[in-house]
Design a protein around this ligand. Sequence first.
Ligand SMILES: Cc1cc2nc3c(=O)[nH]c(=O)nc-3n(C[C@H](O)[C@H](O)[C@H](O)COP(=O)(O)OP(=O)(O)OC[C@H]3O[C@@H](n4cnc5c(N)ncnc54)[C@H](O)[C@@H]3O)c2cc1C
Length: 419
Amino acid sequence: MKVAVLGGGVIGVTAAYYLARDGHEVEVVERQRGPALETSFANAGEISPGYAAPWAGPGIPVKAIKWMLMKHSPLVIWPLLDPAMWRWGLAMLANCTEAAYARNKGRMVPLAEYSRDCLRELRAETGIAYDERTQGTLQLFRTQKQLDGIGKDVEVLQQYGVPFEVLDRDGFCRVEPALRHTQHKFVGALRLPGDETGDCHLFTARLAEMAAALGVRFRYGTTIRRVRYGAGQVEGVDTDQGPVAADRYVMALGSHSTPALRGSGIRLPVYPVKGYSITVPITDPDGAPESTIMDETHKVAVTRLGDRIRVGGTAELAGYDLTLREARRHTLEHVVTDLFPRGGDVARAEFWCGLRPMTPDGTPIVGATHQANLLLATGHGTLGWTMAAGTGRVLADLVSGREPAVPVEGLAIGRYARG
Ligand SMILES: Cc1cc2nc3c(=O)[nH]c(=O)nc-3n(C[C@H](O)[C@H](O)[C@H](O)COP(=O)(O)OP(=O)(O)OC[C@H]3O[C@@H](n4cnc5c(N)ncnc54)[C@H](O)[C@@H]3O)c2cc1C
């Protein structure tokens, strides 16, 4: 089958790789000069099935107000006159119930865990290297109240059989020795030893090379202007480099999938949620993190990627705007120097932002649509790197007519039609 994958981020490239491995003729259409140069470029680097959960949950509306009032706020909402943003916000609020949280998490966890397993398999099969580490992640608490409040999270981890450890100061310094200099700022930590880390851009670039070796054609520097929707199916794609035609189309345009679906009869509830990162060169490896540390107070993740520290966070609702705001940089610098004052040189850090393709229920949208030859692979929000390999594999299964290894009913766009 000829398959056109629209978008060459981590989701599009993993899908292309698995589709090619199944023997399909695959073409990837990507506007940038290489793979993973937009949202998949400099994310926080966590492969975290242990934290696979929707943002929308009980108590979030009250917490969101508190976050917005903080000095180093993890949440910023620009009062835009954008009906799509407010529709998305209301739909997210509707998902803040116990029942919706349990349903959404129940859809996310199997895909995230499957994805981590697919990634392990992929590493074993191909030897792909991407500054990866398999040392788990650590959530650090600054107050006793935060630590006392983890009961619910722990219950959920137990329910899904996710291994975890609750650690005191000695315990977290054993897994992250550089924290011994700043341990007094924290009361304890929750460790998820099954989580992994790695550079999403490096992974995607290397997998794209492997996919090309399997015959995938990458059309970089090619901007999709319009997807032509006919009577119940996609008729073709118009790009600035000419038309693209295929038997099947996989839409993996991240946040840009929403405008690309105009005219299809599919109303995609995906809205961009901007996040920022800095990448800091390590100056003293003994003062740097070993794996990922999540500072629960600021909702900032600090990850070791080879000889760099990636610091990522902030949720900003600002439409498709990609302005780099200095205030966000200060927050990220503050957290990394507060945790690892000797680790790296923040003055030489690279500052970046990207648009998380967020659904209101936190669950990605993966699977068939009522357009007979169109599949969606978008809406991965905060967890696109975590869920990429599994998503790619599920898509290849669906195109090849195999039953995917995880339940896909709750992942397809059809779940919104049923409300
Ligand atoms: C600050 C931050 C931290 C994050 N941390 C983590 C983390 O630790 N762990 C995790 O799992 N996830 C994390 N994420 C989320 C993760 O990065 C995303 O979910 C993931 O990158 C989405 O991948 P994608 O392929 O769907 O989208 P993208 O990477 O955006 O890919 C879409 C591609 O489509 C292309 N495109 C768009 N429009 C067109 C067009 N008209 N024509 C041609 N091409 C087009 C774009 O150029 C782009 O390459 C983070 C995100 C941010 C912003």
